[in-house]
Design a protein around this ligand. Structure first.
Ligand SMILES: [Zn+2]
Length: 237
């Protein structure tokens, strides 16, 4: 094979491998972003559900307190009626003590019920807020997921196209070189890299001056002595 033709093939391969790396990094990014968005959505859903459950628990506690208040009020009314008819001093005192204790408990429960009512109100607001946040996130996330899915379809198509073009061009190379390129590709994302300021664009080893120039000027096919990758100049077109 004419060395110049082969060099041009290698330059083209380097460009295609770069495109492939880009496309695959886009696909990997989409996969990560998609997972992140779904996790975020679950967090918002959990948050809304948790806040709502806390509100329900508080409402149950409040209803319990209200029930107990009604019981005490009924008992108190009965005891206050009994007090009127009592003539025995000791019985009277005992009943008064009971009434005082019930009044204290009632006081305490009423304070607790008022606090609980406030808490339930706060929780309701928090629940509304959490549900609103959740819905907004679902809306935002779904839109982004749809857009990414469309891009992913395009990127997958591009990936296939690039892969088959790489295979086609690799098939045109002399057998020995082609085998080496395929082996390198199993090791690195790119078998053919660019020369960068006299160094290998893959492992950044600096070349002997002449080799660096050869690669830079496209005079000869250079292989990096350190990583064995082929090193070519930037595309000229
Ligand atoms: Zn190298």
């Amino acid at each position: 094979m004419d060395p110049e033709v082969m060099l041009n093939l290698m330059v083209e391969l380097a460009g295609l491998e770069e495109e492939l790396v880009d496309v695959r990094s886009t696909l990997a990014h989409h996969t990560r972003r998609d997972r992140h968005l779904r996790e975020l959505q679950t967090e918002y859903e959990d948050d809304a559900a948790r806040t709502e459950a806390q509100g329900r628990d508080m409402a149950v506690t409040l209803r319990g307190a209200e029930g107990r208040i009604r019981e005490i009020e009924a008992t108190l009314a009965r005891k206050r009626d009994q007090v009127i008819g009592i003539t025995d001093r000791r019985q009277y005192k005992a009943l008064q003590t009971e009434i005082t204790a019930l009044e204290t408990e009632l006081d305490h429960l009423e304070t607790q019920a008022i606090e609980l009512m406030d808490d339930v109100g706060d929780k309701d607001l928090q629940t509304d807020q959490a549900k609103g946040d959740r819905d907004a996130q679902v809306d935002r996330g779904s839109k982004e997921i749809v857009r990414m899915d469309e891009e992913t379809v395009r990127a997958r198509a591009a990936e296939q196209e690039i892969v088959s073009e790489i295979e086609r061009l690799t098939g045109l190379l002399p057998d020995r070189i082609a085998r080496h390129v395929i082996r390198l590709r199993s090791q690195y994302p790119q078998a053919v890299v660019r020369v960068q300021a006299g160094a290998c664009g893959g492992c950044f080893s600096v070349f002997p001056a002449q080799q660096g120039l050869d690669a830079q000027q496209g005079k000869a096919l250079v292989q990096c002595p350190a990583c064995a990758r082929f090193v070519v100049h930037k595309s000229w077109q």
